[in-house]
Design a protein around this ligand. Structure first.
Ligand SMILES: [Zn+2]
Length: 45
């Protein structure tokens, strides 16, 4: 399962987002996907 974090207010939305609910309470439709149980490492040096 993935979590999504609002790009504007930072609110965490748990579960899967669908186009029908992909709107934050702040009105934002921009989300970042988060994986709380996975350490993400960027290796673009
Ligand atoms: Zn928001």
């Amino acid at each position: 399962m993935s979590n999504f974090r609002c790009a504007i207010c930072g609110r965490i939305h748990e579960g899967e987002l669908t186009p029908q609910n992909l709107v934050c309470e702040c009105g934002s439709t921009i989300f970042y996907k988060e994986r709380p149980n996975t350490k993400v490492t960027f290796s673009s040096d």
